[in-house]
Design a protein around this ligand. Structure first.
Ligand code: PMP
Length: 385
């Protein structure tokens, strides 16, 4: 095994695929265009206070799985708040978004289920599909027609269509109403991963409530929503939302719920406080959209092309396609040296040929931050063309 590990390390080195986490230094004053703390809530005093209170009341850890003694009043309250925010009937909280996706896909999948999934679905969905032992057919990114073709001759009694409302790396949005019509026509369930839109999508008084709230999808019996509490909500954890019947099924059948220690009480409390902030302060989601527009405009001059590949109004995630994995890495490093932290996505996180920089237009960026970032990125992109 040791020899094999050494060989694997050499292969990664040869292919330029070595990954290691960038260690953050406290108060490093970098302009942060990399984190998923879209609304700036991870450092919000109100969330911190809620977490502290929860520790005082319940302790630092949940002490056991949800079905044994890990369900506190906080978990129940959080589930009600999540269901209310998104407009779904019921929610079930997991200890991460990854485990929520794993739980729902395995509990609904199996030999009798066909899964028709967008080719850009997140790894946590893909892993769930594999574990579920369902037949999986991928459709071309955002092509409803291709999804329809994949569903057309199904032999399985059940079908699940899986998408993300805003895609994690590309930042573009799924055509949700067409997909729901497709699901209805095929007696299929539509699973929508709201990881990158909860807290961000929505408009007016519902700004930040997500892509489902206030639409025909909310509370629809064919719709399942998954969410993470670790991005816009500034905490940790995940959830599956849907009908009461679905919730009851998951409580009994989702192994990543049944056999996992419950979400820690301070994380549940912080997420609950975040929902309060989101509903009270719709300006945060609006600021994300404002900053996304400013970033896109500021990058437009770069390399004489439209600086981002996505419609900037959709969410926080902006994506800059790069010529190669090496170019993406070099640009991310140069940005870091210029005091700007950006995401760098290259194989194996994305397929070959679609390496990119990923920028997040977080609500708490100042206009000076955006100017600094755009100036640095423009000069880097011009050099790496
Ligand atoms: N789904 C998507 C689309 C994601 O981007 C992520 C996190 N990167 C997850 C699910 C997993 O969520 P968590 O980080 O809470 O495990």
């Amino acid at each position: 095994m040791t020899q094999w590990l050494e060989e694997q390390a050499r292969v990664r080195e040869r292919r330029g695929l070595v990954r290691s986490p960038l260690v953050r230094v406290a108060n490093d004053r970098m302009v942060d265009l990399a984190s998923n703390d879209y609304l700036g809530l991870a450092t919000d005093a109100r969330l911190a206070e809620a977490a502290r209170e929860a520790i005082a009341k319940w302790g630092t850890g949940a002490t056991s799985s949800r079905l044994v003694a890990g369900t506190t009043e906080l978990h129940v309250e959080l589930e009600h708040a999540l269901a209310q925010l998104t407009g779904m009937d019921a929610a079930l909280v997991f200890s991460s978004g990854y485990l929520a996706n794993l739980g729902v896909t395995t509990a609904l999948g199996g030999p009798g289920t066909l899964i028709v999934a967008d080719e850009q679905c997140h790894a946590s969905l893909i892993d769930g599909f594999r574990l579920s032992r369902s037949e999986v057919l991928n459709f071309r990114h955002n092509s409803v027609q291709d999804a329809a073709d994949k569903l057309a001759n199904r032999t399985q009694p059940r079908a699940l269509i899986a998408v993300e409302s805003i895609y994690s790396v590309g930042g573009d949005a799924a055509p949700l109403s067409e997909l729901l019509a497709l699901a209805e026509g095929h007696d299929a369930m539509l699973l929508v991963d709201e990881a990158h839109s909860l807290g961000v999508s929505g408009s007016g008084s519902k700004a930040g409530w997500g892509a489902i709230a206030g639409t025909r999808l909310a509370g629809h019996p064919n719709v399942i929503v998954t969410a993470t509490l670790s991005k816009a909500l500034g905490s940790q954890g995940g959830a599956v939302l849907g009908s009461l019947l679905l919730r009851e099924h998951l409580v009994n059948r989702a192994r990543s719920f049944v056999f996992d220690t419950a979400l820690a009480p301070p994380a549940a409390a912080a997420a609950l406080a975040a929902i309060g902030v989101i509903t009270a302060e719709p300006w945060r989601a609006a600021a994300v959209h404002h900053n996304a527009a400013a970033l896109a405009t500021g990058l437009q001059a770069a390399r004489g092309r439209p600086g981002t590949a996505v419609d900037r109004s959709l969410g926080a995630v902006q994506s800059i396609p790069m010529a190669s994995a090496e170019a993406a890495l070099a640009a991310a490093r140069a940005a870091h040296e210029a005091g700007v932290r950006v995401g760098c996505f290259r194989p194996p996180s994305v397929p070959d040929g679609v390496s990119r920089l990923r920028l997040t237009a977080r609500a708490t960026l100042t206009s000076a931050d955006i100017e600094q970032a755009c100036a640095a990125l423009r000069s880097i992109l011009e050099r790496t063309s």
